[in-house]
Write a protein that binds this ligand. Structure first.
Ligand code: NAD
Ligand code: ZN
Length: 355
């Protein structure tokens, strides 16, 4: 069966397009009681972007903190705050920030119309009711969260996304100017998330012409950004992220992402940096990709933490390996149906020990 793939229906791209956000949202403000919730990464508190948010009377500016990756308990708390604000459901939820903030806004929009805790919906197609209108404005590029059908959450039992067609954004606004001011290491780690999406998609057994078309363009853009230092690199990285997300949506990620989930689960390592750490140990699996990644890292003088697992006992390493090996589709994409004979638990633990 081929997937019937839901995509973002409305997209604006261009420098300064953030100024159009207010106009775009007007169509959603259907009566005088309707209000918007702007979910803003709190890194922008007191910065000029905060002052540019097109707030109208009655709107809510919800500053969110992403020092930790989003947890289901945090989503539940934010949903309670939004519901209490006017005692009714908003007309729209707009996420302005990196992957974490975009995921938080997606999750809020879903949980305003679906009862219970966000943890109840971690999985595939468990959401019953359509979300409130939701729009994304990325301020960091690479995760592809702006186009994906998931919002990655850490719950009491698992780190797993709320995957559903309702999760997909109704509107995305891509303004490359918003990338100015991202700290260099963060820019690199999140950008490499995209590069790695492309390598894993293009080298996977699930590859098809749909994914190849997006993946090849995305990796070409990444090279212009991270190797050629192109003057339009912010524009290029925004599009690379979008295309990388489109590529994996119709294929899958691979070994690097599987291993990074294990690291993240046990050590709380963030997604972008976690992928960089694990990718650096996968030269045997993605020889060309890892060599090019190292070239990019050297060019931008990016440090990678080492000896992360040195203090871990056997039990912690075992949990890490189980989390990674539990991600069957990622391994199957990487090595094919026979992946279990190639990526054994011993090999995974051995890889983790070296990190
Ligand atoms: P992030 O959103 O966690 O942000 C990283 C840091 O950069 C934060 O401190 C943030 O405040 C700061 N920041 C963001 N924009 C900035 C700007 N313009 N200027 C200065 N600082 C800025 O980072 P990310 O790598 O974009 O996202 C990672 C998150 O995305 C993880 O939670 C991960 O699980 C999730 N993710 C989701 C998907 C998906 O498909 N839904 C895919 C990949 C990753
Ligand atoms: Zn990723």
């Amino acid at each position: 069966m081929y997937r019937n793939f839901k995509i973002v229906p409305n997209i604006v791209f261009g420098r300064g397009s953030f100024n159009q956000l207010g106009d775009i949202l007007k169509a959603q403000r259907c009566d005088q009681d309707s209000f918007m919730v702007f979910v803003l990464d709190d890194v922008f508190k007191g910065k000029s972007l905060e002052g540019r948010v097109p707030l109208e009377t009655g709107d809510m500016l919800l500053a969110v903190n992403v020092d930790d990756e989003p947890k289901t308990s945090y989503i539940d708390q934010l949903v309670t705050e939004v519901k209490a604000f006017h005692g009714r459901i908003p007309a729209g939820v707009i996420g302005i920030g990196g992957g974490a903030t975009m995921d938080i806004a997606k999750a809020i929009s879903l949980m305003l119309t679906n009862p219970g805790s966000s943890a109840d919906y971690q999985g595939w197609d468990l959401i019953k009711n359509p979300a409130v209108y939701h729009a994304a404005v990325p301020t960091l590029a690479g995760t592809g969260a702006e186009v994906s059908r998931t919002t990655v959450l850490t719950g009491p039992e698992k780190k797993l996304g709320i995957n559903s067609d309702y999760t997909v954004y109704d509107q995305v606004l891509l303004d490359p100017e918003l990338l100015a001011g991202v700290p260099k290491n963060q820019w690199f780690y999140t950008g490499m998330d995209c590069y790695i999406h492309d390598v894993e998609s293009l080298n996977g057994t699930y590859l098809n012409e749909f994914s190849r078309a997006y993946g090849e363009k995305s990796i070409e853009l990444c090279r212009e950004v991270f190797l050629d230092d192109h003057p339009d690199k912010d524009d290029k990285l925004m599009m690379a992220s979008y295309f990388g997300g489109m590529s994996i949506a119709y294929s899958q990620v691979g070994a690097c992402h599987a291993l990074s989930y294990g690291l993240s689960f046990v050590l709380g390592t963030h997604h972008g940096i976690g992928c960089c750490i694990t990718f650096d140990y996968l030269e045997e699996v993605y020889p060309q990709g890892v060599r090019e990644f190292r070239e990019m890292m050297a060019r931008h003088d990016i440090p990678l933490p080492r000896n992360l697992t040195a203090g871990l006992d056997e039990k912690a390493l075992d949990i890490m390996a189980n989390v990674a090996l539990g991600l069957t589709p990622l391994w199957e994409n990487c090595f094919g149906k026979d992946w279990k004979s190639i990526m054994t638990k011993e090999r995974v633990v051995e890889l983790y020990r070296r990190m």
